[in-house]
Design a protein. Structure first.
Lengths: 169, 749
C-alpha cells in the first residue's frame, strides 16, 4: 500500500507537469512542448528559396534530408529575424496528412528546458496578446514572468503555411 | 510436385503468392486477348492463346486445390473450347459475358486465401454467369460431358493394335511463317490421315524474349499418329515446308525405344521419377512405393544411399535404357540451368532501398571528389574519378532495373475505353503505339490515374456520338490513339483524338463566369486551352457518371507537374485534341549542370543545356522579372536573368554567362554568374510548403553539404515567353498591390 503511494506520486507529477524548451525570437521568450522537438542544430547557413514569403527562410540539409525552415518572428510580425552568434534551428515534428515531417524553426537563441506544473500554466489571454490566441497552448508562469507556450500543430500547420505561400503567387 | 502431405502443404504456402501474381498476369492477358479478339474475330491464334490462358489459370488453381476457381473457370474454358471448334462464333454479347467472367475469375483468385470474402452477392453473380455460359455451351444440359472434360487428358503411349503408329518429329525452319506456311495447318492435315494419339509442341528452341523475332518460327512438334497411310502420304503433308524443315518420320518401334526417345524429347522436367511417370514407363503408385523404399534404406547408414534409377530398374522393372535416357536428360537440364533462369522476382521495396542507398552514394562520391580536388593530389583525384565513373555505371544499371514498358499500363485502358464508349453510346477505335517505351516503375504507377482521366475525358467530351460524327463528315467510329516515345531524356505520352477539340468560346465564357479570367479579357488560344486545367472548371453541359469522380483536370495537371512533367494541349476545333505529356524518365537522379548566382547555387538538367556563351554586356536593361534579349548567331534569344527573377541580393560580378537551354517553348538563355560544371545529382523533393513554387522542381544536396535548387527549365520557359506576368519577384511584389500592377505593366511592355 505504501508502495502504491510512492509509485503513483511521481507519476502524477510527471504526467501533469509540462516539459518545455524555451527559446528566444526577437527578444521574446517562447516555449514548446519538448515532445515536439526532435533536435536542435546550430545555424550554419540556409539555402534561400526564391519567391517565398519572409517567414519561409529557406531549406537546410539535415543529414541528407531537405528540411524547410520557418522564421517564427516573421510568421507573427512579418519581420525577418537577424542572424546572430547564437542563432539556432529547432527541428520540430510537424504533422502533415497523418505523417510526421521535420520542420525547422529559426530562433535567435535556445535557452533551457523548463518544467511547468499544471497550476503554473494559465489559459491564453482573451485579448492583449500580439500573436493569435489559437497559436498559444497556454501561458507558463516562471517566477514573475509569463512565457508563451506555443501550440506547434496550429502555429506551424503545414497546410496553412502552404496556403500562405500560395497566396504569395 | 512433391509426394508427401507435409511437403505439399509447405509447397503450397510458399508458392501461393507466386500463383496469385502469375494468375493475375494470365487474367490480364485474357482481358487483352478478348479485346483484341473483338477487333479480329477470325484470328485463330488469339483464340488459342485465350484458351491457353484460361486453361493455365484453371490448371494451376487445381494444383492449389482452389476448387471455386477451377469450377468456374471450367465453364469459361468449355465455351472457349466450343469457340475454337467453330461451334460458337464470338459476338459482342459473348465477349461481354467473357469479360464479366474474367472479372469473376480475378475476384476468385484474389480472394483465394480468404473464402469469407466471397459474398452471397458474388456467388449469385457467378451462378448467373454460369447459367449464361451453359446456355451457350450445352443447349441440352449435359453435366456428364462437363465432368469428363475436367479430367486430364489420357496418358500418352497407350499403344493399341491395328493400324501402324508413326512417330513424327518436325522442327520447322525459321522462315516458315515468312514463307506463308503454318505448322498448325500441317498438324491438322495429319490429323485427317488417321488418329492422333499424342501431339507435343517443342518449345525448347524458342530463344529468350530479347532475341525472339516474332516473325520467325521456332516451333517443332512431335506427333504419334495412328494411321494406315504410307510414309509418302505423311511426308507429303510437309512438302511445302520440306526445304527448311527437319522432318523425322519413324515407323513403329519397340516400346522401350519409344520411351527413351520421349524422354529425350521432353521439355524440362527435372525429376527422374516424374519423367518416367509422365511417359508411362512407371505408374505413379509404383514410383511412390520405390521412393518409400529408397527413403527407408537411406535410414540405414551402412549401405549408403541407393540410387533411384537402380531401384526403378530392379523393383519397378523399368528398362535400363529408359532410365539412362532420363538420367541423360536430367544431366543436360542441369548443364543448361544457368542460362535458363533469366528472371528473378524482386520485392519492389528492396529495390527502392538499394536505390535510396545509391542516392546517398552519389552524394558521398561527389563529396569525396570535392575533397580530393582540394588536396591537389593527382593520384587521389585519379582514384576518385575512377570511383565516380563506377558509381555512375552502377547508377545507370540500377535505375535500369526499375524501368518497365509503359505499354502494360496502356493496355489496361483498352477495357476502360471499351466500357466507357459503350456506356456513352459512342464508337471508338482505340490504338496503342509505342508501348515498349520504358519508364521508371514508380512513374508508371503515378501516371496511370491522370492518363486514365485524360482518356475518359477524350471519350466523354471529345469524341462525338456516331450521328454527330457522320453529320460532320467524319467516320462513324472515333479514333483515339495513345502513344509513347522517348524524346531527349524524357518520355512523351500523347493522347490523340479526332473529336470536337476544345470549344474555346465556351471555355472562355465559363472562365469569365467563374471569375478565372477577368470579364472581357481574351487571352491567347493556348492560354484559353490551358484554362480547362484550372481548379473548379468543367464545361460538360450535363454531368455524366464519368465526371464527378473527384478527379478534376486540375488534379491531373498537378499530378503531372509533381512528377516534374509538363502537359500541353493542341486543339483544332472540330478536328481533334492532342494532349502531350512530357515526363522525365526517372524521379530519383538526374545529370545536372551546376551554376551559381551570388551565394545561391542552381542545378540545370544537363539534357536541356545546349551551350554556354559569355554575355557581352551585363548592364543591359531588364524588365521586372529579369528578361532581356541577346543576339546569338543572327537569332534573337530571349534571356532571363536569375538574379533579378529571384531577387538575389549580392555584389554583381564583372562577368556573367548565359546558359542556352532547350525547352518545349523553344530555346532561351538563363543568365548566371558562376559555372561549376557537370554534377550528378539526387533529386530531393522540396515538400508540401513549396508545392506552389514554379520554376524550381526540387533540390539537391551538393558534395559540400549545401542545398542547391533544381531549375525547372520548362516552367522558366513559360516565364520567359509569358505575355501576362504571373511571376512577380519578391522585391517588386512586397511593397503594395499598386507596385505589382506597375510591375505587370512594365513586364508587358
Amino acid at each position: 500500500m505504501s508502495k502504491e503511494t510512492t509509485e503513483s506520486k511521481p507519476a502524477v507529477v510527471d504526467a501533469s507537469s509540462l516539459q518545455c524548451l524555451a527559446f528566444q525570437a526577437e527578444g521574446e521568450v517562447y516555449a514548446v512542448d519538448i515532445r515536439n522537438v526532435r533536435e536542435i542544430i546550430q545555424y550554419a547557413g540556409i539555402t534561400v528559396v526564391p519567391q517565398m514569403p519572409t517567414f519561409l527562410r529557406g531549406v537546410i540539409n539535415l543529414r541528407g534530408a531537405v528540411v524547410p525552415v520557418i522564421d517564427l518572428h516573421a510568421r507573427f510580425f512579418g519581420r525577418k529575424s537577424p542572424i546572430g552568434k547564437r542563432s539556432s534551428v529547432i527541428i520540430l515534428e510537424a504533422t502533415l496528412e497523418d505523417a510526421r515531417v521535420p520542420l525547422g524553426l529559426f530562433v535567435d537563441a535556445v535557452n533551457e528546458v523548463i518544467s511547468f506544473a499544471p497550476h503554473d500554466i494559465e489559459a491564453p489571454p482573451q485579448f492583449g496578446s500580439v500573436i493569435p490566441k489559437e497559436f498559444i497552448l497556454g501561458m507558463g508562469k516562471l517566477g514573475e514572468e509569463f512565457i508563451t507556450i506555443l501550440n506547434p500543430d496550429r502555429a506551424l500547420d503545414i497546410e496553412e503555411l502552404a496556403l500562405l505561400v500560395e497566396q504569395k503567387h | 510436385m512433391s509426394f508427401g502431405a507435409q511437403t505439399d502443404k509447405e509447397f503450397i504456402e510458399q508458392a501461393m503468392p507466386v500463383f496469385i501474381s502469375e494468375a493475375a498476369e494470365q487474367i490480364e492477358a485474357i482481358e487483352t486477348l478478348l479485346l483484341e479478339l473483338e477487333e479480329q474475330p477470325d484470328n485463330r491464334e488469339l483464340l488459342d492463346s485465350l484458351f491457353r490462358c484460361a486453361h493455365t489459370v484453371k490448371g494451376s488453381a487445381g494444383i492449389f486445390g482452389l476448387n471455386r476457381v477451377v469450377e468456374f473457370t471450367h465453364h469459361v474454358e468449355t465455351l472457349l473450347d466450343k469457340m475454337r471448334d467453330g461451334d460458337i462464333a464470338l459476338s459482342p454479347d459473348i465477349s461481354t459475358l467473357l469479360l464479366q467472367c474474367n472479372d469473376q475469375i480475378k475476384f476468385l483468385v484474389e480472394t483465394a486465401a480468404n473464402e469469407d470474402a466471397d459474398t452471397a452477392e458474388q456467388k449469385e453473380t457467378r451462378a448467373d454467369l454460369v447459367v449464361q455460359l451453359r446456355a451457350l455451351t450445352e443447349p441440352g444440359s449435359a453435366p456428364a460431358q462437363a465432368a469428363k472434360a475436367t479430367k486430364p487428358s489420357a496418358e500418352p503411349a497407350q499403344t493399341t493394335q491395328g493400324p501402324r503408329i508413326w512417330n513424327i518429329s518436325a522442327q520447322f525452319g525459321l522462315e516458315t511463317f515468312r514463307n506463308g506456311m503454318d505448322p498448325l495447318s500441317i498438324a491438322r492435315y495429319l490429323g485427317g490421315l488417321g488418329q492422333v494419339i499424342s501431339v507435343r509442341t517443342g518449345t525448347d528452341t524458342i530463344p529468350t524474349l530479347d532475341k525472339l523475332d516474332p516473325e520467325s518460327c521456332y516451333l517443332s512438334f512431335h506427333m504419334e499418329l495412328q494411321t494406315e497411310a504410307s510414309r509418302e502420304d505423311i511426308e507429303g503433308a510437309f512438302s511445302f515446308v520440306l526445304d527448311d524443315c527437319e522432318l523425322d518420320v519413324v515407323a513403329p518401334e519397340t516400346a522401350d525405344q519409344k520411351l527413351a526417345r520421349a524422354i529425350e524429347e521432353m521439355p524440362e522436367t527435372p525429376r527422374l521419377g516424374e519423367m518416367l511417370v509422365s511417359v508411362g514407363a512407371v505408374t505413379q503408385d509404383k514410383l511412390e512405393q520405390v521412393l518409400t523404399n529408397q527413403q527407408q534404406s537411406r535410414a540405414t547408414p551402412a549401405t549408403g544411399k541407393p540410387k533411384l534409377g537402380d531401384l526403378l530398374e530392379s523393383q519397378a522393372g523399368v528398362a535400363p535404357e529408359v532410365v539412362a535416357a532420363a538420367l541423360g536428360k536430367q544431366q543436360k537440364i542441369r548443364d543448361n540451368a544457368p542460362s535458363e533462369e533469366r528472371y528473378i522476382r524482386v520485392q519492389a521495396d528492396r529495390l527502392d532501398a538499394v536505390i535510396n542507398l545509391l542516392g546517398e552514394l552519389v552524394i558521398a562520391g561527389a563529396g569525396a571528389m570535392l575533397l580530393a580536388r582540394e588536396t591537389h593530389h593527382e593520384s587521389l583525384i585519379e582514384a576518385n574519378l575512377q570511383m565516380n565513373g563506377l558509381i555512375e555505371e552502377i547508377r545507370n544499371g540500377t535505375l535500369g532495373l526499375r524501368m518497365v514498358p509503359v505499354g502494360e499500363t496502356f493496355s489496361r485502358f483498352r477495357r476502360v475505353v471499351r466500357d466507357t464508349a459503350a456506356s456513352l453510346g459512342k464508337e471508338v477505335n482505340f490504338e496503342i503505339v509505342g508501348g515498349e517505351a520504358e519508364l521508371d516503375k514508380s512513374m508508371v504507377e503515378k501516371i496511370a490515374d491522370p492518363l486514365m482521366h485524360l482518356v475518359r475525358n477524350s471519350l466523354d467530351h471529345g469524341l462525338e456520338p456516331p450521328q454527330e460524327r457522320l453529320a460532320a463528315g467524319k467516320s462513324r467510329a472515333g479514333h483515339l490513339t495513345l502513344s509513347a516515345r522517348h524524346e531527349t531524356g524524357a518520355i512523351l505520352i500523347r493522347i490523340d483524338d479526332d473529336g470536337r477539340g476544345i470549344n474555346r468560346e465556351r471555355v472562355l465564357q465559363r472562365a469569365w463566369n467563374r471569375g478565372l479570367v477577368e470579364q472581357g479579357v481574351v487571352p491567347s488560344e493556348d492560354e484559353i486551352n490551358m484554362l480547362i486545367f484550372e481548379p473548379g472548371f468543367s464545361t460538360a453541359e450535363q454531368v455524366t457518371n464519368l465526371s464527378g469522380r473527384g478527379v478534376g483536370m486540375d488534379v491531373v495537371r498537378r499530378n503531372i507537374e509533381a512528377l516534374r512533367g509538363t502537359i500541353r494541349l493542341n486543339s483544332v476545333p472540330g478536328v481533334g485534341l492532342q494532349v502531350d505529356i512530357r515526363l522525365p524518365l526517372t524521379l530519383a537522379i538526374i545529370d545536372g549542370f551546376l551554376v551559381g548566382v551570388g551565394p545561391s547555387k542552381f542545378v540545370l538538367p544537363l539534357e536541356s543545356v545546349v551551350e554556354v556563351i559569355e554575355a557581352a554586356d551585363q548592364h543591359v536593361k531588364v524588365d521586372a522579372v529579369g528578361r532581356h534579349v541577346l543576339e546569338l548567331r543572327g537569332q534573337i534569344l530571349p534571356v532571363v536573368r536569375l538574379r533579378t527573377l529571384y531577387s538575389i541580393e549580392s555584389m554583381m560580378p564583372d562577368r556573367v554567362s548565359v546558359v542556352v537551354v532547350n525547352s518545349p517553348r523553344g530555346s532561351f538563355g538563363i543568365e548566371v554568374e558562376v559555372l561549376m560544371g557537370q554534377h550528378q545529382t539526387v533529386i530531393k523533393p522540396l515538400g508540401r510548403l513549396f508545392q506552389s513554387l514554379r520554376g524550381i522542381s526540387g533540390s539537391s544536396i551538393l558534395g559540400s553539404g549545401e542545398v542547391a535548387l533544381i531549375l525547372d527549365v520548362g516552367a522558366l520557359g513559360d516565364v520567359v515567353t509569358a505575355e501576362q506576368q504571373h511571376y512577380v519577384s519578391r522585391a517588386t511584389a512586397a511593397p503594395s498591390g499598386q507596385a505589382v500592377e506597375d510591375a505587370k505593366e512594365l513586364a508587358r511592355v
